[in-house]
Design a protein around this ligand. Structure first.
Ligand code: GCU
Length: 633
């Protein structure tokens, strides 16, 4: 993995124009701060297990819809008086000198509590999409040793980060972590961090502007000041391989990374594997899995404390050891066939006004409905990488996970920048979570139209998954072609991407978005390759909780949704290679596309529970089905 140290180069470049800048002088726009990518690092894998300072809490915020803090009105360098990240006393300076003008004042702007989306902060922000500035101060560490990094769990969508008046970096992507080293910029006393977050999607972003979910702009996951020794374990992947070994790939970062002795330990297994990094700080080792080791499974989600010690650094994680593979049309977990009893989930907490700030409690509330309420063993975390709290909770509770990147509907397939963004997002997701036993499937796309450019784009992503993680399965949620001449539903999976996937996944809505009567579904014919496992990655129907129509069963009634599930599950039972399903969706979720005033009010109502957690009749239909499936294992 190449490592590039962009930071100091950029800072010198950016400082030059700042130093020369007169009060109102404008200069050509300098290059944007360096883009943080998985390739450039730092990764800080398992950073949530490291020492650090949580910068959650009150932050000042100020909107900037025309991005005056980034560009002047001719698109050039903004006025000095517009730079939100400078260390100023706006009130005091303007009171002392009538020539001074600030049209913002971060230190005296209102405060919000982060992490959260600004949509829930104030009524006037409910639909704001654009650039938001955040700022707070924090004390430097009492005794400074080693290295310090600002790590963001995620911020949606483009993020510009500044510390003590200096630009330190930029990130694109709303759902994966990124970090910047600040060791040299951090002060012993008061530090000022300023963050600009721009939620605007464009034709080039991933996802593009048109989706079926709320675009929660903001810093929706924790920001931490992470502390490490001078040389630390930046990346580590510890897993069970299909030939029954415990394997480790590790990478050290720092002056002492090369040819460094290090040791992997799993105390409960009395496993200790010593090794030494190569000249670039990498170490790969493996050892036979100890006898007596308990493999992770949904029924027994056993996690082990794992450490890697390298000099002054001790890297920690809690890891489950298991294998996942396919054999013909079977999915094998620890060598045994498994049926994925799942459901899909957006990253949105239960409640009337979700802000997409997932906590351990809100993750447990959601996943508990799947594990305990539905007797499930699987969850599709749609349509983007969820908070790391969610995947850690799935590890602990025992749910297999489908993890995906938001390559969704109409992506700019021929735009190299879009491909670079998607590749980086995929790498950031995999490198963050490949120690999570719960994750079984990496998905590279959802319902994307079949074209040559799209096939090339997705083939690249599938190749990236294979390179980054050979221990899991690859899939994508595909669409089927329907024979319009047939008098019953006849569907064919003709997507050329299918040949590259381990698991075939199909989204189907016959009976909801199609004119089929529910009684037609049992007559459906599915033409899919028989040599691979098939998963129904989506099916569903809307229902407004509490709306009943037992007589006619009209759409949006709980009765219709329940009947739809009965009919679709009956159809599913006839598919010989069906090995799982993740119906759409556990909980009603915010979607600006859904504006039926009687039933939707800006919510997609396909949830089996309402936004407040009220179970609908169909919940019981699926729960009973999975209880029977689980018993029949
Ligand atoms: C699509 C899509 C989902 C969407 C769902 C729906 O299949 O993948 O993101 O919410 O259908 O129409 O409700």
């Amino acid at each position: 993995m190449k490592r590039r140290t962009l930071l100091m180069g950029f800072t010198a470049l950016a400082l030059a124009p700042m130093a020369m800048l007169a009060a109102q002088e404008r200069l050509p726009v300098p290059p944007p701060p360096p883009l943080a990518t998985a390739e450039a690092g730092p990764l800080l894998v398992s950073a949530d297990m490291r020492d650090g300072t949580d910068l959650s809490g009150p932050w000042h915020y100020s909107i900037d819809p025309f991005r005056a803090g980034l560009y002047g009105f001719h698109g050039e360098q903004p006025d000095k008086g517009q730079l939100r990240y400078r260390e100023i006393d706006a009130r005091g300076e303007m009171a002392a000198d009538s020539r001074i003008l600030y049209e913002f004042d971060m230190a005296n702007s209102p405060t919000t509590t982060l992490p959260s989306s600004w949509l829930t902060e104030a009524p006037e922000l409910r639909h704001y999409q654009g650039l938001m500035w955040y700022q707070r101060t924090f004390p430097g560490p009492a005794k400074r040793t080693g290295r310090y990094f600002l790590r963001f769990g995620a911020a949606n969508y483009t993020t510009y980060v500044y510390l003590n008046g200096q630009p330190i970096g930029r990130h694109e992507g709303g759902f994966t972590p990124f970090a910047f080293e600040v060791t040299k910029l951090l002060r012993d006393g008061v530090n000022q961090i300023t963050v600009g977050v721009d939620s605007q999607a464009t034709e080039a972003t991933v996802p593009p502007p048109v989706t079926d979910w709320e675009n929660y702009g903001g810093i929706t996951r924790p920001i931490r000041l992470v502390h490490t020794p001078a040389t630390y374990v930046d990346d580590a992947w510890v897993r069970m391989t299909r030939d029954g070994r415990i394997a480790v790939d590790a990478h050290l970062d720092g002056a002492g990374a090369a040819n460094r002795a290090l040791t992997l330990q799993v105390p409960e297994l009395r496993l200790s594997l010593a090794g030494k990094t190569d000249a670039s700080g990498h170490w790969r080792g493996s050892v036979n899995a100890p006898t007596g080791m308990t493999r992770w499974s949904p029924e027994r989600p056993k996690l082990y404390d794992v450490t890697i010690t390298a000099g002054d650094d001790t890297w920690r994680d809690r890891i489950g050891f298991r294998t996942i593979e396919t054999r013909g049309s079977e999915i094998l977990l620890n060598g045994k066939p498994v049926f994925l009893r799942g459901i899909s989930l957006h990253e949105e907490e239960i409640g009337t006004d979700p802000t997409r700030a997932i906590t351990p409690a809100s993750a447990r509330a959601l996943l508990g409905e799947i594990k305990d309420g539905l007797h499930g063993n699987f969850v599709r975390l749609a349509h983007y990488p969820h908070n790391e709290v969610m995947t850690r909770t799935a590890d602990e509770m025992g749910l297999l996970v489908w993890s995906e990147v938001p390559v969704y509907w109409r992506v700019a397939w021929s735009n190299p920048a879009t491909l670079a963004t998607a590749r980086n997002m995929l790498a950031e997701n995999i490198l963050r979570d490949r120690n999570r036993a719960s994750i079984a499937i990496w998905s590279v796309a959802n319902e994307t139209p079949v074209t040559d450019a799209r096939n090339t784009f997705l083939t690249t992503l599938v190749g990236d998954v294979r390179k980054l993680d050979d221990s899991r399965l690859v899939s994508a949620a595909l669409l089927v072609e329907r024979d319009r001449t047939a008098t019953r539903p006849v569907m064919t999976l003709a997507d050329p991407l299918a040949s590259q996937l381990d698991v075939l996944a199909i989204n189907t809505y016959n009976g909801w978005y199609s004119p089929d009567k529910l009684s037609d579904l049992a007559k459906s014919e599915w033409r899919v390759p028989a040599d691979k496992p098939l998963v129904f990655s989506e099916f569903g129907a809307d229902a407004k909780a509490g709306f009943h129509d037992p007589a006619k069963g009209q759409k949006f009634s709980e009765e219709f949704q329940a009947d739809y599930y009965r009919a679709t599950l009956g159809m599913a039972d006839k598919l010989p290679t069906l090995r799982g399903m993740s119906p759409w969706i556990l909980k009603d979720f915010r979607s600006p596309r859904r504006q039926n005033p009687d039933f939707q009010q800006g919510w997609n109502r396909k949830g089996l529970i309402s936004e407040t957690g009220q179970r609908k009749e169909a919940f019981g239909v699926l729960s009973d089905y999975y209880a029977r499936k689980g018993a029949a294992r």
